[in-house]
Design a protein around this ligand. Structure first.
Ligand SMILES: [Zn+2]
Ligand SMILES: [Zn+2]
Length: 258
């Protein structure tokens, strides 16, 4: 397989970088049905006293191990790996690429991929519904999702993007992504057909930075939903409608007399 293969992605390019052998041995080399690596540390879940912890199997591209340990209730297993929640989402999102052996796993303290994939999951049904409204199934248009990908730009910037597409057999009409740039983390961006339409820091991350009091579980969940609804109504939907009109501007309509 060629090193540094690139795939077109709008104006940007996705570099599927060649992965280092040592890392491959660490992550991919965990034997099937492994019981995990026992740990003497307490479970990393606050307040959890459960016995029989195992450590998170994640190793970043420099080979540094994740320092967390988890009991049977709090560990997440993906294939034969035992992972903390953050690294489970990273590994799951990267899995299709990862198994091709080309992408270096992100650094341990790099939250960008998990934040991008968290937001994409949270917005998934809203995004697919919005694109479905704009689609013309009779013309063969369909809505699809794109897996988390590392996008590099000409300035060697690295951003993590996960998104959705409205496409037909000639290619995408609309492509929208949730992105987190490693240099701008925790700022997130929404990009529509290669143009950033919004940058923002999610309110719950903003709260942590300003040391505001943490919200109760229900209140926190409710506020996140309000944030997602606001994103869709005030930013995503108007931008999608305008962009759809633009990409279809040459199409004949019955009233196109002027
Ligand atoms: Zn636990
Ligand atoms: Zn971990």
């Amino acid at each position: 397989m060629p090193a540094g293969r690139t795939l077109g992605l709008g104006e940007a390019e996705v570099s599927l970088l060649r992965r280092r052998k040592a890392v491959e041995a660490e992550i991919v080399g965990v034997p099937a049905a492994s019981p995990g690596h026992p740990s003497e540390q307490p479970c990393s879940e606050p307040g959890c006293q459960a016995p029989n912890r195992v450590s998170c199997d994640y190793r970043d591209r420099r080979g540094a191990p994740c320092p967390t340990a988890w009991c049977g209730d709090h560990i997440v297993t993906v294939n034969s790996w035992h992972l903390c929640r953050r690294h489970a989402s990273t590994v799951q999102a990267l899995a299709p690429v990862e198994f091709r052996g080309q992408l270096p796993p992100p650094d341990l303290d790099n939250r960008s991929p998990s934040l991008a994939s968290y937001l994409a999951e949270a917005l998934d049904s809203r995004m697919r519904a919005a694109l479905t409204v704009l689609s013309r199934p009779a013309s063969g248009e369909r809505v699809g999702t794109e897996a988390l990908a590392l996008v590099t730009d000409q300035n060697r910037g690295r951003r993590w993007a996960q998104g959705w597409e409205l496409f037909d057999n000639t290619g995408p009409l609309l492509r929208i992504d949730v992105e987190v740039d490693e240099a701008r983390d925790p700022e997130c961006a929404l990009r529509l057909n290669s143009r950033v339409i919004l940058r923002c820091v999610p309110p719950w991350i903003q709260d942590r930075k300003t040391a505001g009091p943490p919200l109760e579980g229900d209140e926190d969940a409710r506020r996140r939903q309000v944030f997602y609804d606001g994103l869709m109504e005030q930013h995503v939907w108007p931008a999608l409608v305008a962009e759809e009109r633009w990409v279809r501007r040459w199409e004949r309509t019955p009233n196109a007399t002027v």
